[in-house]
Design a protein around this ligand. Structure first.
Ligand code: CP
Length: 302
């Protein structure tokens, strides 16, 4: 039994296979309509979500399977003091695979130790979000035709943004990726990403505070929301939340084939006028999330 807790739980070849399967699902939807008939997915969301939970549920339905679960921890027995371990063990009796999101970093790993079925980490605190990473890789591959030889700029909250941490780890395995980290000093990437990923692998990266200065270099611009829910102090959030706002004027300096990604939800960091720019990929990216989760569920249940 294999769990997906960290993006590095999947090898490069396994990722390629999942992305190939997702592409095939898009091309031949009907072929997969009963692929998970008789199987059940539980979605246990101890933290809010729109895309991840609903795309997981839509994915399982499109595969002919069924879904159960909760979208609010307050409607579960965790409010009575039940541990994550006990919750997971019980849900293992009712479902064939579990996708869980939890505000505590490491909770899905703890759950995996108690689970009787495969666990998928659907986001743990500011740590990891491996299925968003699959979504991001799928989008980059479909937009660019490759996952190597790219300059990618991560912009915004690089400290708390779990999608950034997971995607940096995953992209560090491809050839000739140039990382440009655009953030205010307070929201720079955590030290463990610096030491465990960049330093350990000898990957060079640049940390800058100006989006404008690096815009002409970028093949991918990965925008992120400042993660209000992870701040200890509201004044800091208010001071930092609008540091970067991408608009059409800023994009004048960008390459004509730039791809703009964002895991969503967005707040102010991408002006809605950018939505009509052909370089905006973030809604397609969210759509891809359903297909790549279909491919992942099929793979993990195989
Ligand atoms: N990208 C993402 O994780 O979105 P949700 O929080 O809506 O699931």
């Amino acid at each position: 039994m294999k769990h997906l807790i960290d993006p590095m739980d999947l090898g490069v070849e396994e990722i390629n296979d999942i992305l190939d399967l997702a592409d095939d699902i898009i091309a031949h939807r009907e072929k997969y309509s009963t692929a998970c008939k008789g199987k059940k997915l539980a979605t246990l969301f101890f933290e809010p979500s729109t895309r991840t939970r609903l795309s997981f549920e839509a994915a399982m339905m499109e595969l002919g399977g069924n879904v159960l679960g909760f979208s609010d921890a307050n409607s579960s027995s965790s409010t009575k003091g039940e541990s994550v371990g006990d919750t997971i063990r019980i849900v293992s009796y009712y479902a064939d695979i579990i996708a869980m999101r939890h505000p505590k970093e490491g909770a899905p790993m703890l759950a995996a130790a108690k689970a009787l079925v495969p666990i998928i980490n659907a986001g743990d605190g500011g740590h990891n979000h491996p299925t968003q990473t699959l979504t991001d890789l799928m989008t980059i591959r479909r937009e660019k035709g490759r996952l190597s030889d790219l300059t990618i700029g991560f912009c915004g909250d690089l400290k708390f943004g779990r999608t950034v941490h997971s995607l940096i780890k995953a992209m560090s395995r491809y050839e000739n990726i140039r990382f440009i980290l655009i953030s205010p000093e307070e929201l720079q990437i955590p030290d463990y990403i610096r030491t465990e990923v960049f330093d350990k692998k000898g990957i060079s990266y640049r940390q800058v505070s100006s989006m404008d200065d690096v815009m002409p270099e970028l093949d991918i611009l990965y925008m992120t929301r400042v993660q209000k829910e992870r701040f200890f102090n509201e004044a800091d959030y208010i001071r930092l939340k609008d540091t970067y706002i991408l608009d059409c004027k800023k994009l004048k300096k960008a390459k004509p084939d730039l791809s703009i990604l964002h895991p969503l939800p967005r707040v102010n960091e991408i002006s809605t006028e950018v939505d009509d720019d052909p370089r905006a990929c973030y809604f397609t990216q969210a759509h891809n999330g359903k297909f790549v989760r279909m491919a992942l569920i099929m793979t993990m249940l195989a």
